[in-house]
Design a protein around this ligand. Structure first.
Ligand code: SF4
Length: 321
């Protein structure tokens, strides 16, 4: 599938739930979240119907997102089934890691091709403050389990919040020193509760890391599906990546669409408008489904407009990140 700017769309980010076992301050309010009802969330059958149709149209890569995907009971089984769809080459997942220790082996057995784990700090007290309810040790144990079972392509995602100290930046980057995993710093997006929060720029992070660990050399190969720019450091097993949608806009190379947990197709993270695929999926009406998808892709904007307009008014967990 190509959009009206001739970008090839071959990657879908699919949210399987809007629920989460954490309450990160930049993502969800502490109380009063209104979650989707079970019947509003896409069923396993609907997801497989959707992805089979998308694969026939050239979608090759699927990222399972949330909320937190592992709070949905059938996520691991779903991944195994998605892996069987003809044309799907890679299935990866994002997680907050809280339940990873329980699922690492099953995810490996299901054939997961890559895992992004969110780690915003390595300080347990700070971690509790950010997530409101989370225990850092559970995430780190989950990470160890993922490495131990040999899950491929493990990446640590860190949101570059304004409060991130130089020391924390170095500790988190240091995770890539002795383990074969990549650390990515993600620019804070002005979405939901992230609006108006201060963040640290790619340039600041770059200079902190470089002054302690040596020269960051550009690494030209792609590591997975994402738009991160990667750098190598001397004596580091993994790479350091930066994802900066605002400071270093990568819209020209955008290859993705998003599906929210209730089946809303979004062609840009920033746009409020979406198109509900749920009725077509429930009715297994492939013709209607593809008509809606093709039409939406033709409306895909050339780039985000974070600097000019408000954009999507939902929380990040409701969009699927
Ligand atoms: S940022 Fe991720 S882990 Fe934190 S509350 Fe939102 S969905 Fe959950």
């Amino acid at each position: 599938m190509r959009d009206s700017f001739n970008r090839e769309i071959d990657y879908v980010r699919l949210s399987v739930t809007d629920r989460c076992n954490l309450r990160c301050t930049y993502c969800m309010p502490e109380k009063g979240m209104c979650f989707l009802k079970k019947e509003e969330v896409l069923s396993q059958e609907e997801i497989l119907f959707l992805l089979t149709a998308l694969a026939e149209q050239g979608i090759k890569k699927v990222k399972i997102t949330g909320g937190e995907p592992l709070v949905r009971r059938d996520t691991v089984a779903l991944i195994a089934k998605i892996k069987e769809i003809k044309g799907i080459e890679k299935v990866t997942m994002t997680t907050n890691g809280i339940q990873l220790i329980r699922h690492a082996q099953a995810l490996k057995d299901a054939g997961l091709d890559g895992l992004n784990i969110s780690v915003d700090t390595l300080d347990p007290i700070e971690f509790r403050t950010i997530t409101r309810v989370g225990e850092l040790t559970r995430v780190l144990d989950g990470l160890k389990a993922a490495l131990k079972v040999g899950l491929p392509n493990i990446k640590i995602n860190t949101v570059a919040r304004g409060e991130l100290t130089d020391q924390e930046i170095l500790e988190i980057a240091g995770l890539a020193q002795n383990e074969a995993l990549h650390v990515r710093f993600i620019e804070l997006m002005p979405i939901g509760l992230g609006k108006g929060c201060p963040g640290r720029t790619q340039e600041e992070l770059f200079s902190v890391i470089q002054s302690a660990y040596g020269r960051l050399n550009p690494f030209e190969q792609r590591l997975g599906n994402g738009p991160a720019s990667y750098f190598s450091l001397p004596d580091f097993q993994g790479k350091i990546g930066f994802i900066s949608a605002l400071g270093h806009c990568f819209c020209a190379a955008c290859d993705r669409i998003r599906i929210t947990a209730d089946g809303n197709l979004k062609t840009c993270l920033h746009m409020d408008e979406g198109c509900s695929l749920k009725p077509a999926l429930t009715a297994q009406n492939k013709e209607l489904l593809l008509t809606q998808i093709f039409s939406a892709i033709q409306q895909k904007p050339e780039k985000h407009h974070f600097f000019e307009t408000q954009g999507d008014s939902r929380f990040m967990s409701q969009i699927g990140g």
